[in-house]
Design a protein around this ligand. Sequence first.
Ligand SMILES: [Zn+2]
Length: 266
Amino acid sequence: MIFDTHTHIYLWDLVDREVEILDNMKSAWISKITSIWIDIPSSFQSVELASKYDFVYASIWIHPNDTYLYEWKLDETIAKLEEIYLKNIDKIVAIWECGFDFFRTSEENLEHTKQEQEKFFRAQIALAQKYDLALVVHTRNAKDDTLRVLMETWCKKFILHCFSEDLDFAYKALYYSDECKISFSGIVTYPNAINVARVASRIPLDKILVETDCPYLAPQKKRWQTNEPAYASYVLAKIIDLREEEPEIIKSQIWKNSLEIFWIKE
Ligand SMILES: [Zn+2]
């Protein structure tokens, strides 16, 4: 059984193919998914979808790239997220994807963007800590700031999602928190992602999760196609290739890791 811990099944044409992609997913032994949505209105949709299917879990979310939209109403926004959570405690398993993204930030905007994203990051951490929810961390061109904020807030229960950094960063995060998990996407299957493959082969097995981040980042065998939850099996296959443990042990440990971080009972 495989748990695709990060899907955006409302994006692109996936939303019109809901039944088909959920069927494909079952055929590929993907037993559970977490659906990640992009803002306050779609967080509601996420919960709706999760209520429809017992193998779908929801997240509530404000992406670092979107914090500017809520810049002037931080408290109100966090209160809204909290309200959504409290009404749907049994379906919401995480606060997603918090952190920093400086990928498209120009030099002159860097300070302002950093401050704004940090305010949201800290507020979302506080919300996750209040309810002991997993915090899914998105970090792009911002390794040091991400670790700094996690450490300053004593945030321990987090997932480094769509991991694309190096071994040094992975070790620092794992050394800081024994609750940290590292989630690998299709990136680990790309021939030029040597650093990411090295991380997947070296870190302890009980720290690993798999995800698709669909519709983005289709694994190498499906490259340039629309990604979907079924393709999480390629990510897992690559991790099995990279590691020395028996395939069955890898599979069942990664499944266990996913249930554990989201507090899901089998
Ligand atoms: Zn994502």
